[in-house]
Ligand binder design. Sequence first.
Ligand code: AHR
Length: 509
Amino acid sequence: MKKTNLTADARYTIGAISPNLFGSFIEHLGRAVYEGIYEPGHPTADEAGFRGDVIELIKELGVPMVRYPGGNFVSGYNWRDGVGPKENRPTRLELAWFSTETNEFGTDEFMKWCKKAEIAPMMAVNMGTGTVQSAAELVEYCNHAGGTTISEMRRANGADEPYNVRYWCLGNEMDGLWQIGHLNAEDYGKKAFEAAKLMRWTNGEMGAENGVRAADPLRLVVCGSCNREMETFPEWDRIVLEHTYDMVDYLSMHRYYMYDKTSPRPLEDFLASADDMHGFIKTMRATIEYVRAKLRSPKQVGLSFDEWNIWTINAPRHEPIWKQAPHLLEDVYTFRDAIVFAGLMNTLLNNCDIVKIGCLAQLVNVIAPIMTEKGGGTCRQTSFYPFKYIASARGDAIRIFSDSDTFDSKHGKAHTINAALTYDKETRSAKLSVCNYGEEACELALELNGFGELTPETYIEMTGELDACNTFSDPNAVAPHRRDLPEMDGNRTSLVLPPMSWSFVTFKE
Ligand code: AHR
């Protein structure tokens, strides 16, 4: 059997895991909102129409923060359409996804839903057709206590207290030609700066343009490249950051991976996704560093990886245009997808010193870990499980030294054994997530130094047919199973990783 050595020392941390690293995303797209989180009349829905079965699964996943309302949708969205008495809300042609938007669900419903689901909201403002004024006014609507027309509008709409939304995206994928109101880097950089300035001023950050912040400042995310293949990458990021560096807190990045049968080496190219994601983060990190040095700024901008997932982008559209809540992007995830997905999560952990926000795109029905049937039940997709377990990591990510084999892919050399290790000093517990992308089983020899006397506590594993998936008729076809706990020999232990598998082990002192 192949052997891989993996060594770690509790003293050598990568960084603290941000509580927002494993957030998610709900867009007005397909059935994410309508028939997803919101379905009045559903047997589990409350008086507001929020599906209780979906909230339960979201809590099981442990999602801390959800980005809303888009995505591409936000770039044509007028937030005023979605507030006030429902009977007065306009029905619009929605140009990002060629659907009909009834606006039955809007900002107030989202805030109410977040409260119920115990999730923090992350709002996006419209930088496509929207103005810097409409962006600032949405901040006023959400966060200003009262006494102005816009804040009183919120109070009249049922929310006496401000929502106090902290995280805001300055638009979405503004580098993409497909974006409603796409801009070039210069124009977006200037607009994002002005929007950020007005949003901060609205938040009472007087002098924001000179770096002055309120006691509880807004955390602003400026649009970075929406993928590594964009012709404008990474110049887009440099230019946008040069315009906005001192005004923002995070640079966004998006990336979707797919199993592409037309790829030169379909399986290897897909399995290398985690390494490719690492390379993307490395360039974004370097671009931030470059701008920081150029501007002589002491400030450290972080990364907000606010869309990532596996997405079979070439799936055809089966629904007619202008339908309300069409079945769109309802990818069914395979076991193959699940192990690549786990590797992507490992990469986020291994870069958690700079990646402070992450949003799995998306959460329900649209490229999602949770699927729903109208009037019916729910289904956990294969990706549900790695998310649920890996997102439970707290404390610090620990640097790993490994002599893993590599394989060739279109992304370059990739690691056969892909792992992340975390350690929480508070609870004295460590968690190891490890994928074996090899076609052979592998003995993983673990040496864990400086953690005290660790004892394995739980050990789960996912293995199976690469094409297997969960469906409403067979919802548990792919799920983790428990394994016997490995024996410790001092600070060493070993695991046998089946070929094409993901394993998750927790240890406690
Ligand atoms: O998540 C689906 C879409 O992917 C989002 O609307 C967009 O931002 C990205 O291109």
